[in-house]
Ligand binder design. Structure first.
Ligand SMILES: [Zn+2]
Length: 402
């Protein structure tokens, strides 16, 4: 009897293992993302890492160009792709670029990785993350991807795969030396661009800037009208809570407010609450408006290693300098519902980090109208910290602009 029981258990175990292996095969990630150290210790300790991406699936997969390290115009990442944390586990500051590619031009927007193909690249983390003080860091990233259907539809969300977490040690004294020896010197990494042509380029840029300023001013007014408070008596004392009176546009782009403000002994100022999800939009819209009032400056022309549908880019620690690429001049100044110069400008202005507002980035699953709206429905904390949600909110409240 006991023997029979044992046999039965062994058979059940065997089935369980077989089923779980089968399930594993079905769920096996289609992409493998591996971060590794450079075998050259000098490079490794200067913050140089290797990235390898392999497509294990039987289908061609598409990776959004601004959100993969495979493309690095001027040897710089196109966006804040990596999570780099210090010894205390705190993310280090991103000091890199935010490159605006048109999400509408889908053929250009993605890079392909074929079944069985492996692609590899080298990343100089010190160019884009503040690791120059040295020490130990943990590095990882999530690679977003989709299938060929991405060329045709906005309705299928992108998926993501996590890389391994790579632990590196950075030796400050090596950073500069390795850069020089790898011929990625300041001359090639920091192309200052050219001044914009006073006759052919600046008038168009200034005209778009004026419209962007009008849009942001209207945004600021709209936020002021939405800010309110409620009052109640708690333990015999009167208390006040900040409240959003949302418009349809607010809810569409930032989601339905929770209206869960903490209580205050007097009417709270918007600055008392604007780190809360409901009120982050008040802060960022104000920041965008003030940055436009702070005379943005422009450089024109982008090197040939930028994808051709790059409209503009900005570098977070360099307020309010916007680099304008040729593609910018081929899109309309403003056309409701499509990519435009005004949206490009509003989008880029959210990427700075200054006294007016904190830096916000781009979520790869929130790029373009459909994806950004989807974030508002599915993930409010991301929607209120995603550049496109602001560009589209400001577009929406100015939809009647001619
Ligand atoms: Zn951006």
């Amino acid at each position: 009897m006991q023997v029979l029981m044992k046999k039965a258990i062994i058979i059940i175990c065997a089935i369980a293992i077989f089923v779980s292996l089968d399930a594993y095969a079905a769920d096996a990630p289609p992409l493998d993302i591996t971060l590794s150290k450079s075998s050259n210790v000098r490079e490794s300790e200067a913050g140089v890492i290797l990235v390898s991406i392999t497509n294990h699936s039987t289908e061609t997969l598409l990776l959004p160009k601004p959100f993969t390290p495979l493309l690095q115009p001027e040897h710089r990442l196109m966006n804040n792709i990596f999570l780099v944390t210090d010894e205390a586990g705190k993310p280090v500051r991103f000091i890199g670029r935010a490159i605006r590619m048109s999400p509408d031009a889908k053929q250009e927007y993605f890079t392909r990785i074929e079944p069985g193909q492996s692609l590899a690249t080298v990343v100089h983390l010190d160019s884009d993350y503040e690791i120059s003080a040295g020490g130990s860091f943990a590095v990882s990233y999530e690679q977003w991807y989709g299938g060929l259907e991405q060329y045709k539809t906005n309705d299928v969300p992108l998926k993501k795969i996590k890389s391994n977490v790579l632990h590196i040690y950075v030796n400050t004294s090596l950073i500069n030396g390795v850069k020089m020896s790898m011929a990625i010197s300041a001359a090639t990494t920091d192309d200052p661009g050219k001044p914009c042509d006073a006759a052919a380029q600046l008038p168009a840029i200034k005209s778009a800037e004026n419209v962007a300023l009008k849009f942001a001013a209207n945004g600021q007014d709209a936020m002021t009208k939405m800010y309110s408070f409620s009052t109640a008596t708690e333990s015999g004392k009167q208390v006040f809570r900040a409240k959003v009176l949302p418009t349809t546009d607010y809810t569409y782009w930032f989601g339905k407010p929770e209206n869960d403000s903490p209580s205050f002994p007097k009417v709270p100022l918007v600055s008392d609450v604007w780190t809360q999800t409901d009120f982050i939009p008040f802060h960022i819209v104000r920041g965008t408006y003030n940055r436009l009032l702070s005379s943005p400056t422009y450089m024109c022309g982008c090197r040939s290693d930028y994808p051709p549908t790059t409209a503009a880019w900005a570098e977070t620690p360099k307020p309010y300098l916007i680099h304008i690429c040729d593609f910018f001049f081929s899109i309309p100044k403003f056309e409701f519902g499509s990519d435009s110069q005004v949206l490009t400008m509003l989008h880029e202005l959210t990427h700075f980090d200054d006294k007016y507002a904190p830096y916000i980035g781009d979520f790869p699953n929130g790029y373009g109208h459909a994806a950004a709206h989807n974030l508002a429905l599915s993930n409010r904390p991301q929607a209120v910290t995603n550049a496109d949600n602001y560009a589209y909110f400001l577009e929406a409240i100015n939809k009647n602009y001619k």
